[in-house]
Write a protein that binds this ligand. Sequence first.
Ligand code: DGL
Length: 251
Amino acid sequence: MINGESSLIGIFDSGIGGFSVLKEIKKTSNADIFYFGDCARAPYGNRDIEEIALFIKEIILYLKSKGVIHFVSACNSMSVLMTNKLLQECNIEDFLYVDMIRAFKKYYDLPSSAKVLLIGTQATIHSNVYQNFLKEKTDTIFEYIPATLAGDIELNIGEEKLKEIIIPIISEAKNKGASHIVYGCTHYPLVHNVFQKCADEIGWFGIFIDPAIYVAQAVSEWDIPGNNILTFETSKETKAFKRERDSLLNV
Ligand code: DGL
């Protein structure tokens, strides 16, 4: 059993989205973490599933070569595609792997009266993985794909442009009477302040749910000690990646 022993955790995403997950994990864990963001090929969410599956394998095998033992998929577009077969092909034991979906299913705690607006990439929403689970928990689910948003966050577009994309999402939540918005893409919590501003402006008073909190719960169950050493790698050093990394390293 590896729980309770020192071990390197690998966290991966198509780009900078996984930083929102890393920030939550760091609140409850001192484990040493190797973060990989595939900024050169981000966004993944509009790609076809065969291609994303190939990227998952490449990244996991790369992280293994870096000494990673525990794996966290901090990307919904990858998490919805992760199958037992793919895990086996990567030669990872089930208990050494956590992702957005597994954690969401395990720790989900919304009331049954919740009316959920799920927002995510095309890959995530079209997979229906979240919706199939939510249907068992609540009667009312709506979905919305802000097709360019993850890529726009990677490109570091400014607040005004973000608002143009986010206002229609919040309007949809208000018009449909949604009580909760679930961030089904890890990029979105990185601009939560803009979501909140738009909600305040429009007068939507519901609750934003960031599934990263559930992932942090799952990781804390691994109970991995460490020295808080953070290592970052990306396939392309972008402004946004640098900003997120530096803010975590307090540079
Ligand atoms: N952050 C990822 C997600 O949670 C990927 C977004 C993208 O690359 O399109 O889905």
